[in-house]
Design a protein around this ligand. Structure first.
Ligand code: ZN
Length: 290
């Protein structure tokens, strides 16, 4: 009978592995701020006496996920969702806000996100109705949050949500916490990305950093992300000085050796490092950096 039960266990494991990913999690991260995580994507919402402010609908991966998000908001408050803020226009974060259209007063994005969202022509993704150039404040139910453009970085239209009263910032895709940024850094601007991190370090004061993926961090992770890019660029330069060709296996090995002591434990260091090298070299060429 031992053999039979062992076999049953193996079948059970195989069935479990075949199930689709359906991870959803609601976490209170401050008195009136909740983080919603769905299929590897994080977003936040803020509850006030007069309604709710939500950020990204994160509804691309599973058509039911925005229903779950709306139900998660309703699980903590009866107030209607009044404002929705797109962190940037990338479809995995921005799709699905139509679920909240019945009560929304405004959909907020950076000005440069609007034509890109319009071009996608997705009925699940309502167009922005309030466009931000550099900064805007949203006040609802006696609470104020700031929506701030810190320059081009992971996209040309990334907005952060800064909730000064709770010393909390929500920033998507350009400050992953102890994790390498995504793959070849498409759509990005390395010089301004580094500058946007420095601007946040110098100007915004907070204890809690909620990123668009992965674990919650602190303000110190902004500096660490900036230092990662500087160290990566220096690693590329050192490999070039040693005569190694751009994107060669030898260059990757050299940069990996240089960065492992500081960043070897970060998520995705193994798979993404060669692609981060490729992306940074591409941007250094585009931006005329040697
Ligand atoms: Zn993105």
């Amino acid at each position: 009978m031992i053999g039979t039960s062992l076999f049953a266990g193996m079948v059970e494991r195989a069935r479990a592995q075949a199930l689709p990913q359906s991870v959803a999690e609601l976490t209170r991260v401050a008195t009136d701020v909740y983080m919603w995580r769905s299929i590897g994507h994080n977003t936040i919402f803020i509850v006030t006496d007069e309604g709710v402010i939500v950020s990204d609908p994160v509804g691309l991966g599973n058509p039911r996920s925005t229903q779950m998000f709306k139900a998660a908001v309703a699980s903590v408050t009866d107030r209607p969702v009044r404002y929705l803020i797109y962190s940037h226009e990338h479809a995995d974060h921005a799709t699905g806000a139509a679920i909240f259209s019945d009560t929304l007063e405004a959909v907020v994005s950076h000005r440069l996100a609007a034509p890109k969202i319009a071009a996608r022509n997705n009925p699940l993704t309502p167009l922005p109705t309030f466009l931000v150039d550099s900064q805007a404040s949203i006040t609802l139910g006696g609470r104020t949050i700031d929506v701030i453009y810190t320059g081009r970085n992971h996209s040309d239209n990334s907005l952060v949500i800064f909730y000064e009263a709770r010393r909390l910032m929500f920033a998507v895709d350009f400050i992953p916490v102890e994790s390498l940024p995504f793959r070849t850094l498409n759509d990005s601007y390395i010089t301004e990305w580094i500058a946007s991190l420095k601007w946040i370090e110098d100007n915004l004061f907070f204890d809690t950093l909620v990123p668009g993926h992965g674990r919650i961090g602190t303000k110190d992770h902004v500096r660490r992300m900036r230092e990662y890019f500087l160290d990566l660029m220096e690693g590329i330069r050192a490999a070039r000085r040693a005569g190694l060709a751009d994107n060669s296996a030898a260059m990757t090995a050299s940069v990996r050796t240089a960065l492992t002591p500081s960043y070897g434990r970060w998520d995705n260091f193994g798979p993404y490092l060669p692609e981060n090298i490729e992306g940074v070299i591409r941007m250094m060429r585009e931006e005329g950096i040697s």
